[in-house]
Design a protein around this ligand. Structure first.
Ligand code: ADP
Length: 500
């Protein structure tokens, strides 16, 4: 139900309208419905609580409804606001929409009980959808701004360093011993740039629901050793000791060795980066039942428990001393988690947040499916967020995937239109909500959540068609044909993309 769990405020001077609306809205599932008879009262209530939905009369005794709307919108762009108009108030209602209302409804439509208030509820639903669209757009713009700021800021420093150092090498007289130091500086800045770019690219792929695993059977000890070789150099530069412990016999598993190494590289480089000079880092591989367990621990500053839940979210960096002056994007752990989960594994962190007691990251990867293993089962299917592709074709595929999602959205709009048919609305009113929700989820994104929403929606439309076929739902043949046509197109596109 569209009003389930919604908190609603009615600002209207008419007793009859308030009581009537309150009854209908509670009956339709709203969790709270509060009322105000004047603008002043309404504004005071808005200052106390952010309502999901506000029904606002255009003509209030103390102030014009449009003025109230402006006041609410000055601090609140989250609530859906629907104007209630009397007969002939449409012009003012349209003006209100231009000033931030999400819709309007005439009083006579509210009190009409026709078709169980379906028109009234539909108007509210449309308005809430409009607000959700505004919010999604705002969020997208914010992400874009953040990303631009971060990319320009993060890329600028190492690039300036490279340019300045090459300038000195080219135009100044530099001692041969200093020349080497400068080249090393350029090398470090270059490495940093490539890591930043890779992080952003990986993140974009994950966000687009598209990070490919290239699975093969490998000995995990080799992956550990290769990652440790690289980390040892970084650790040496900070006079840290890196201890590596592995089982005596090979540990064969079906994994994407490159991606798994990337996970270990990230955990090790974090341990080295955030742990002070001279401390200890350990990497351990062990077996636990049918799982390989990787542990990366350090004796660094630790991470305080309040920050642990946010650690694997995008752009998150622990604020304060531990990260000050240490370069990072706050994307590494999120990428690591996605890669591990795409292998059917888990990643966890333990830390008491006590300096010296350090942090331990534990990654588990299921061993099933390795060739030659007794009772081996097929390798885990990559999750939708980690569909298999080859890195060189990555950019091209990313574009194709974008086109797929855009087309899917177009088809979902067609589906929404088809679902507005009266018979469908009456026989299955929730389906239109589901289609709208799926459209929302898809807007501006295309990740695992989007994929799930799409798969669920297709299954529901399918079951509606089946109900029509076996006679439990009566539908016009034209509606059946239209739905089937749209469903087939979505399915064909998805099959081309290897989704379902
Ligand atoms: P970053 O690029 O900032 O290192 P990550 O996603 O890899 O991004 O890590 C997120 C944050 O987690 C880091 O910014 C840091 O604050 C914290 N962190 C990660 N590993 C450690 C560690 N071993 N010790 C202390 N803090 C850590």
């Amino acid at each position: 139900m569209i009003l389930d769990e919604k908190s609603i405020l009615i600002i209207d001077d008419s007793d009859t309208i308030r009581t009537y609306l309150q009854n209908v809205l509670v009956q339709k599932g709203a969790s709270t419905v509060r009322c105000a008879a004047t603008a002043q009262e309404g504004l005071a209530m808005c200052a106390e609580h952010t309502y999901d939905l506000i029904l606002l009369d255009l003509f209030l005794p103390d102030t014009d409804g449009i003025e109230v709307l402006k006041d609410i919108r000055a601090t609140n762009d989250v609530s859906t606001i629907v104007m209630i108009t009397g007969y002939g108030g449409i012009k003012s209602a349209i003006a209100a929409v231009q000033m931030g209302a999400d819709g309007y409804i005439e009083k006579q439509d509210i009190t009409s009980t026709q078709r169980d208030h379906i028109d009234f509820l539909y108007a509210l639903d449309q308005a809430m959808e409009h607000r959700a669209g505004v919010a999604a757009q705002k969020q997208l713009e914010q992400i874009r701004t953040e990303l631009y700021a971060m990319v320009t800021h993060d890329l600028r420093n190492p690039t300036s360093l490279i340019l300045m150092t090459t300038d000195v090498l080219l135009y100044d007289e530099v001692e041969p011993s200093q020349q080497r130091q400068m080249i090393e500086l350029i090398d470090t800045a270059g490495q940093r740039l490539i890591r930043l770019i890779n992080d952003y690219l990986d993140f974009a792929k994950i966000d687009a629901g598209y990070l490919r695993l290239d699975m093969g059977t490998v000995d995990l000890i080799q992956v550990v050793e290769s990652s440790a070789r690289f980390a040892r150099l970084q650790a040496q530069a900070k006079q840290q000791t890196l201890t590596v412990t592995v089982p005596p016999a090979p540990v064969n598993a079906r994994v994407d060795a490159e991606r798994l190494r990337q996970v270990l590289d990230n955990l090790l480089s974090n341990a080295i980066k955030y742990t002070p000079q001279g401390e200890r880092i350990a990497l351990q591989l062990s077996l636990d039942g049918g799982q390989a367990v990787f542990r990366v621990s350090d004796t660094g500053p630790g991470i305080s428990p309040e920050h642990l839940p946010k650690l694997f979210t995008k752009y998150f960096r622990v604020p304060g001393e531990t990260t000050r002056g240490i370069a990072g994007t706050g994307l590494g752990l999120l990428i690591a988690k996605e890669i591990v989960e795409a292998h059917g594994g888990t990643v966890e962190v333990q830390s008491e947040g006590v300096a010296g007691k350090g942090t331990t990251f534990t990654v588990t990867i299921p061993l099933r499916g390795a060739e030659g293993e007794a009772g081996a089962s097929p390798p885990p299917e990559p999750t939708p967020a980690a569909v298999a592709v080859d890195d060189s074709a990555g950019e091209q595929d990313l574009k194709l995937r974008e086109i797929f999602w855009r087309e899917t959205q177009r088809h979902l709009s067609m589906l929404e239109e088809a679902l507005k048919s009266p018979q469908l609305l009456a026989g299955n009113p929730e389906l239109l909500d589901k289609a709208r929700q799926a459209s929302h989820t898809l807007k501006g994104n295309a990740g695992a959540m989007q994929m799930d929403a799409l798969v669920e929606l297709v299954a529901q439309v399918d079951s509606t068609l089946q109900r029509a076929a076996n006679g439990t739902l009566v539908l016009a043949q034209a509606d059946i044909d239209r739905l089937r046509d749209i469903l087939n197109r979505i399915r064909a596109m998805a099959a081309d993309e290897g989704i379902f």
